[in-house]
Design a protein around this ligand. Structure first.
Ligand SMILES: [Zn+2]
Length: 357
């Protein structure tokens, strides 16, 4: 596009120069300065990054019109990876990137099997496929993820067979799942992903002993071109948190939080039941202070109405930090730039685009 514009412009310049009889050398100098300037100005912050993050949902299980369920899109080169699939994620993807993005995502990491991290998975899997995706969706998660996803496949079996009979393409309709263990489990196109255990399995609140539920809850570290991002998953944060060890030298550390309900009222007791498996801002401050990321980020915020100022004032940390909002973007390169995804709410869709993809 830019090249076409430049060459059109160049033609106009040539004609004018013909009229005024400028020496050819001056003309070449002028054009080269113009081209040089144009290419520099088109090299915006949008392109000057190695990893891009889009926060699709920054809330938790409770419905909120401003903070949808937890889900973050990571883009590294040609690779697009979704981390968690919380309620409303499909709508946010549509807002941020329209049908093109909806049909482009075929890799998902699940931190754990709570519904606020998984319930939108079948929606993206089926929507992306129906509107044109022809590669199968691949889902990675802790023990139990493959069995979990198998239920989704069986639940939508009638829907799939219905659409096959009505000539919807079969390619891309499989859901491929892999239960992973802590450690590096993905290394493709320069993107390396490491899973690590975090403390979110249920505990006895009196004794803090594990209640014996099987499975695991993960955080993830993604490395690409010397840049790195940590996704804490859901976790309480103890002084020896694995997140601190995994976060050394990290560019962006994304951490969940839950604000304790003040007092001893019945409401406070009920609201604070889940504190034992989540992290207070004071605990996150400890993690940030130990890890010293280039940027600390709050996402998965409980309760969702907590304001940015409240959260920042509760966090005793002097490094750079921010509170994520739905559709906020981060460009991670030499600089880390905070932005906002463009809103494509009003785009139209052509059936012929999907059929011919
Ligand atoms: Zn959660």
């Amino acid at each position: 596009m830019m090249l076409v514009k430049l060459s059109e412009h160049k033609n106009v310049i040539s004609k004018n120069i013909g009229v005024y009889m400028f020496p050819r050398s001056i003309f070449i100098l002028f054009v080269s300065i113009f081209l040089n300037f144009s290419s520099q100005s088109s090299f915006s912050a949008e392109e000057d990054h190695d990893i891009k993050l889009t926060f699709l949902g920054t809330g938790a299980p409770r419905p909120s019109p401003t903070r949808y369920g937890p889900s973050i899109l990571l883009e590294a080169g040609e690779t697009k990876i979704l981390v968690d699939a919380g309620p409303g994620m499909r709508q946010r993807i549509f807002q941020a990137g329209g049908f093109e993005l909806l049909t482009d995502i075929n890799t998902v990491l699940i931190t754990h099997l709570h519904f606020d991290h998984t319930i939108e998975l079948p929606n993206l899997w089926l929507t992306g496929w129906l509107f044109g995706r022809k590669t199968n969706m691949k889902v990675y998660g802790p023990e139990g993820t493959a069995a979990f996803m198998d239920h989704f496949e069986r639940a939508f079996d009638w829907d799939l067979r219905y659409r096959y009979l009505t000539n919807v393409h079969k390619e891309g309709s499989d859901l491929i799942t892999e239960d992973v263990k802590p450690g590096v489990f993905y290394n493709q196109n320069g993107v390396k992903i490491t899973a690590f255990d975090v403390a979110h399995l249920p505990l006895n609140p009196e004794t803090e002993e594990l209640l014996g539920l099987e499975g695991a809850t993960f955080g993830y570290r993604v490395d690409y071109k010397g840049r790195s991002v940590i996704f804490s998953g859901d976790t309480r944060s103890l002084p020896g948190s694995k997140i601190i060890e995994m976060s050394k030298g990290v560019d962006v550390l994304i951490h969940e939080t839950q604000i304790p309900y003040p007092g001893e009222s019945k409401e406070a007791k009920l609201a604070n039941v889940s504190m034992i498996v989540h992290s207070t801002p004071a605990q996150v401050a400890h993690v940030f202070n130990e890890a010293r990321p280039r940027l600390g980020i709050y996402s998965h915020i409980i309760p969702p109405e907590t304001t940015r100022d409240e959260l920042l004032s509760m966090t005793d940390y002097d490094g750079r930090m921010e509170v994520a909002e739905d559709l906020m973007t981060l460009m991670i390169g030499d600089e880390i730039t905070i932005g906002k995804a463009k809103n494509l709410d009003n785009q139209t869709f052509l059936e012929s685009d999907a059929v011919d993809n």
